[in-house]
Design a protein around this ligand. Sequence first.
Ligand code: 5CU
Length: 381
Amino acid sequence: MMSSRIAGDPIVDVHTHMYPPSYVKIMEDRNEIPMVRRFPGSQDPRLILLPSEVESMKSDPEGKSKVPGRPLTKHYASLDQKIHFMDTHKIAISVISLANPWFDFLDPAEAGPIADSVNDEFSKMCTKYPGRLFFFAALPLCASAEMIRNSIDHALSLPYCRGFIMGTSGKGKGMDDPEMVPILQHIKENMVFLHPHYGLPNEVYGPRAEEYGHVLPLALGFPMETTICVARMYLSGVFDKCPSLRLLLAHSGGTLPFLAGRIESCIVHDGHLLKEGRLKNRRTIWDVLNQQIYLDAVIYSDVGLRAAVLAGGVDRVMFGTDHPFFPPLETDEQGEWESVTLNVTSVNYALPNQQQVKQVLGGNAVNILKLERIGKEIVAA
Ligand code: 5CU
């Protein structure tokens, strides 16, 4: 593969999802989350994904008072629509990834071949737009270790693969499970994009949760899930056992930039860790943030973005959109999305100069994910 220069100052989206048609078909054939279902009162089929959505399905299975989930518009599965979205927002390059919950729910015996075939579908999409699309592959984490290793090797043989997306549940016991260590070691220095799906137990949202739509699980459950996952990885020593691991955290690290100091303080004041000798010669959570962690810029405010940059370093934060989630509700979905412009504005507002703005909007992603390495010249939009 030869190296080429990317023209101009491209905007790069590192957090942008798709459900390819074959994956939508899997969800259509299911009657548990994740699933796609039609309801009499809704024009589009509905995509029902989150554990918190199960409660409303239980109390109103026919969706008579409130249709559950979100509309499955063509933004989720259509490549033309992805390119239209990119063009509308002047995004030169997208690193696309399967959205949650990946292959976590599949029968372990089937998960390997399905994952390889979905990753091949992603690869083909990238081939149609050389240089504009790359992808993070998804892994059959519910399958055997051998199958997972084979899928890692398969994905890495695909030219536009730039790493892996995975949820916080690992092989079912979380990312601090010792069985995840050889898997993360096998991934080597390729990026792992860690993304939430499971949120927090429904009870924490209280008995009136259904009145509040998706706000609590998405605004609070997702970020806390990511934060807890990374804290567990840190406390179990995953970052030391996998020194080449590079972790890109969704939603600017959940609440990690804000809570890292508190995590550190709880560690150094913990008698149990002291007695076990685990406080000696350790890297702090700040060290790990600056050495092995990258953050996306999907945080929707300059305050959050500043925290991400202060915690991670300006050269480790990368722009994202979370498309096709967070579409505009009252304006045309084919036009500009407020969720995207808010993230662009936050980057511009939070950073002191244009050099840093360009880094976060695209330059960092090009360098970190080696997006210049394709077989031909890339012409930025
Ligand atoms: O709106 C949602 O449910 C989601 C989701 O499931 N995954 C995601 O990445 N963003 C929003």
